[in-house]
Design a protein around this ligand. Structure first.
Ligand code: GDD
Ligand code: MG
Length: 355
């Protein structure tokens, strides 16, 4: 089976991590995020993938070349971003399959344990034009809200609506009949969510929902990105691309974790990164050459390449850009982001609200 992978987005919600690296290439459990998607796609029977790129297009080919994880890879770039639907249409130029064959379409920021083969089987059995993987979300307003009828047919597609009619959402993995892709206008900016799906449904085409609510995560926000990396390390989602066995932590070659440090919760310690004695690192991502000094505490955070945390500093839910430095004694929390190269000086006194 052939697939199209949508990887042209700018990943703005993940800045400053995505200033230098597109979201799908961010190191996640020791390898580029997409490695997990490629390896899982291969396991589901995909043998050729067309990358639909736009933002920093050249970096994808440099990362994966023409074959990776047992899948042949082709790259089709948009000069200007064409939106999700326009990107699918544009990338379809590189498909080689027949008009009625199923094509898998994947959002490039999803970790999913769902059964892709079962989704394809439902698609074929229903002779559908499109079959969407649907899951459930606590807050459906952040996603595409997708109600279905008793027969499993999709009855509406409401992208990011403030009035969701169900908590069933679009999980970002579609099977398209090859010829259904040709109904998307060529060389135009088109949203598959706001235009293509609603118009297919309105035209009476068979659009099916494949509902499976297993492990699923969109890694588009900093919190979700850290969660996804840790879940892979902990083995909550199996990935053939994981460079090591599941466990409390993944330590890459050249990393130096003191025996007197506590590092767990699915933390990845990157190449040549250092965690000193007395430091605690929980559920975090330390990229290559990151440094955590003695007595520091880092939780649910990302330290980009070469970022440094000084002695006794506390980070909780924080993103440090490349080579950012947090001086001794600082306490940073709750979604704070430090841009690359910024240095926060040491705090002389830590103020306490205790009487
Ligand atoms: N090539 C290309 N060109 N790719 C694009 C473009 C474009 O113009 N715009 C977005 N993409 C890619 C992104 O890189 C990402 O992999 C995918 O399309 C989806 O874009 P996101 O920006 O991540 O969308 P979202 O997370 O807000 O919403 C989408 O995913 C949800 C599930 O996570 C929608 O499909 C929702 O309906 C869905 O629920
Ligand atoms: Mg997304």
């Amino acid at each position: 089976m052939e697939a199209i992978l949508l990887v042209g987005g700018q990943g703005t919600r993940l800045r400053p991590l995505t200033i230098s690296t597109p979201k799908p290439l961010l190191p996640t459990a020791g390898v580029a995020f997409l490695a997990h998607q490629l390896a899982r796609a291969r396991a589901a029977g995909v043998d050729r993938i067309v990358f639909a790129t736009s933002y920093r297009a050249e970096m994808f080919e440099a990362a994966f070349g023409d074959r990776a994880y047992g899948v042949d890879l082709v790259y089709v770039s948009e000069d200007e971003p064409l939106g999700t639907g326009g990107a699918i249409r544009n990338a379809s130029r590189a498909l080689t399959c027949g008009a009625d064959d199923p094509v898998l379409i994947l959002n490039g920021d999803i970790l999913s344990g769902h059964d892709v083969q079962a989704q394809v089987e439902l698609h074929e059995k229903a002779a559908a034009e499109v079959t969407l993987h649907l899951t459930v979300a606590d807050d459906p307003s952040r996603f595409g809200c997708v109600p279905t009828g008793e027969d499993g047919r999709v009855t509406a597609f409401l992208e990011k609506t403030s009035h969701p009619v169900t908590n069933q959402i679009n999980a970002g993995c579609y099977v398209f009949r090859r010829s259904a892709i040709d109904t998307i206008p060529e060389d135009e900016v088109v949203s598959v969510e706001r235009e293509t799906f609603p118009s297919l449904i309105a035209s009476g085409a068979v659009v099916m929902g494949y509902v499976e609510a297993g492990y699923w995560l969109d890694v588009g926000t900093p919190e979700a990105f850290v969660r996804g990396s840790c879940d892979l390390v902990l083995g909550k989602l199996a990935s053939p691309a994981m460079p090591g066995d599941p466990g409390e932590r993944l330590t890459l070659p050249g990393a130096n974790v003191s025996p007197g440090a506590v590092v767990r919760g699915g933390t990845t310690v990157g190449r040549n990164a250092v965690v000193e004695a007395g430091a605690t690192v929980l559920g975090s991502v330390l990229l290559d050459e990151a440094f955590v000094a003695e007595g520091a505490t880092v939780r649910d955070s990302v330290l980009s390449r070469g970022a440094r945390v000084g002695p006794g500093a506390i980070l909780d839910g924080v993103i440090l850009g490349d080579a950012a430095v947090v001086g001794p004694g600082n306490e940073l929390r709750d979604g704070l982001r430090v841009w690359p190269g910024i240095e926060l000086p040491a705090t002389a006194v830590r103020f306490s609200t205790d009487a």
